[in-house]
Ligand binder design. Structure first.
Ligand code: XBP
Ligand code: MG
Length: 236
């Protein structure tokens, strides 16, 4: 029987990528005097790699090959990422990113039904804490018994490790849980851990391959507006 819901964060709980993470990366690049600028379309390609530090290294290797890497490039990436996290969490503190349609209601209904809640994400723990606090509710961090995030497992999504870690922390098996994702890397990770998954798409993930999803929908819906069902069924 269903005991717990496990949520991805970026793109699933909130549309954080285009107007959040991307903007914060660019602010960090400016702060460090770099002329790198990730526009909306380039960022869509960079999302192929999860994890901010990993994404910056991928950018330099694949899209900015003329950049001369300094000897301490890895330290620079770590410093850039710290600045990026600061810019991103400041944006959230200002109320910059709302929850996606239906997600607040769904989480509240799950709590009322006595379901256990967890997070499984590749993003940095501070980013999750800030989103839950400023965009969901002041005490929302206490609603989630496990927040599996960031470098807690070395192999990020699409590897299943982060979901497996969350299951272990909760002492549950995959059949006891249901996952919510928005991307191909995300659903590869959740299905890899054996967890049934509902996908809510967004602009960056519309064309992804969601083979194996229980259903693919436009959003979580609200009482006055049902989600558009793209594949699968919300019943049965
Ligand atoms: C989220 C990510 C993250 C964020 C950036 O993917 O890919 O890398 O874009 O976060 P998912 P950090 O929704 O599949 O978890 O910069 O903190 O790594
Ligand atoms: Mg996501």
């Amino acid at each position: 029987t269903l005991q717990a819901l496990i949520f991805d964060v970026d793109g699933t709980l909130a549309d954080t990528e285009r107007d959040g993470h991307r903007v914060a990366f660019n602010a960090a690049f400016r702060e460090f005097g770099l002329d790198w600028n990730w526009d909306v379309s380039l960022y869509g390609e960079l999302l192929a790699i999860t994890g901010g530090k990993e994404r910056m290294r991928y950018y330099v290797e694949k899209f900015n090959t003329s950049y001369q890497q300094p000897a301490d490039f890895n330290d620079l990436v770590v410093a850039l990422h710290k600045a990026k996290t600061r810019h991103y969490t400041e944006l959230l503190q200002q109320g910059g990113i709302p929850m996606r349609t239906g997600t607040t209601r769904l989480i509240q209904e799950a709590r009322d039904a006595g379901l256990r809640l967890a997070i499984a994400t590749t993003t940095t723990p501070e980013n999750v804490t800030a989103l839950l606090k400023y965009s969901l509710a002041d005490d929302a961090n206490d609603w989630f018994e496990v927040i599996a995030a960031g470098d807690i497992v070395p192999a990020k999504k699409p590897a299943a490790d982060i979901y497996i870690w969350a299951l272990q922390q909760m002492g549950l098996s995959a059949q006891d849980c249901f996952a919510f994702e928005d991307s191909e890397n995300g659903i590869k990770s959740s299905l890899g851990a054996g967890i049934k998954t509902l996908v809510t798409v967004n602009d960056y993930t519309l064309t992804h391959d969601f083979t194996g999803a229980t259903a693919v929908v436009s959003d979580m819906g609200e009482p006055d507006a049902s989600p558009q069902i793209m594949c699968g069924s919300l019943h049965g």
